[in-house]
Design a protein around this ligand. Sequence first.
Ligand code: ACM
Ligand code: ZN
Length: 493
Amino acid sequence: MTIIPKPASIQLRAGSFVCTEVPEITGDPVFSREMETVQHQLGSPRGKIRILCTKVDSLPDESYRITIDPEQVQIAAGAGAGMYHGLQTIRQLFLSGQPVPCAYIEDYPRFHWRGFMLDTSRHFYTVPFIKKLIDVLSLHHINRFHWHLTDDQGWRLPVPAYPLLTEIGSKRVKCRPVREHRAGGFYTEEEIRDIVEFAGNRHIEVIPEVDLPGHASAILASYPGLGCTGGPYRVEDRHGIFEDVLCAGNDAIFDLAAAVFDTLAGLFPSRYVHIGGDEVLFNRWDHCPKCQKRLQETGLSSARELQSWITVRLARMLNERGKIPIGWDEVLEDTDRYRLPQDAVIMSWRGTEGGEKALEQGHPVIMTPNTAGCYLDYKHYEDPEEPGHIGVTTIFDSYMLDPAQGIAPEYAESILGAQCNLWSELIYAGRIAEYMIFPRICAAAEAFWTPAGQKDFDNFSSRLPVHQKRLDRLGFIQYRGHLKNPYSDTKNS
Ligand code: ACM
Ligand code: ZN
């Protein structure tokens, strides 16, 4: 039976079931939201096939069981998330339209955090595209959408107290590669609420990211007083890491952060807020009188330590608003004097070392190593004609990702899960994004979900063509080339 991610257990039974006509979904009204959402995905019922949704209190939140009989499918779950995942498994079968054997399926996730990040700053994507993506992520039981809303190349979040962030900060000077009509944009409050609700109906939590104190060109272009030099600044159209960051000596950066966090708290029900913290350069802080004064007040010995001082303050501000901070692994550096609050979650992206160090210090961790299949802006294959940059992530690499590999068993509980990221410097249209995402995200979804002992790349490869036809039916562009890099994959297999 072709399902991606592969369920924990499938027992085949006699007989078969034909998934051609659109079924009618009925059952316990506690699942009315899930039943309605999935009925909408499948279309209006035709014929007499029924899917019956029943509540079994003993099943954990994300687990489900499916019994496929010749005329009926029964799904049992203890909560809406499990029911939704079960319905997505069935949706996959109906998307193929092939007869399937009768079977009994038991399924549950390996990791709680199964994430995907979209960078909507380097290029702006429309609301319909984001929804299309969220919908198909949920087909793979992915349950976190990390929305990278700000960066040097554009600020996408309306903050009422700081209107210039969108008036100025959402429009880059130029748009290279050439795409003038996409040189800017931001999401309205209504659009953000709409996306959060759309995702919520699919049991996907939306986690906003506002990158502070680096990657701040769009903030500085809008409010030059928040930088060390006063500018001039511009919303960048170049790629890279820029020297100008928020001035650590200026208390006004916390007024801005407070307004931003209030806005996020009002728009995003998620318990988490991602505050970035990656790739901060310290050169400006080294030479800025205000930053040097701050250094003396705080008793720190080098400007680079100011990042931890800022992060701790931002984390406290989020805690006051009932939120848990997430930061890229740099936020853990130079924290001897200003230790991060224990609940701060570390997203390990520069390999897994940052995550390992965070676990030793008692922080929860999300693994998203750029060295192990998680960076979908990398090329699919080493070929000069392939889009992508920096490195190569093969489908095999994404499949072989194991967030718990090499981690001592006592830390297992603190690994929340893993995530793939799509940085969009080169991805100037959603259709190109699709090519970068699929089918690597399908491979990663199996790494996030399926019990480790059940993972088998050859078996995954044999299921992939049928699954790719489903994605064709849903209208996605996909990479269809090499699954492995013949020169480097032997190290993993
Ligand atoms: C990152 O890739 N800069 C987190
Ligand atoms: Zn400064």
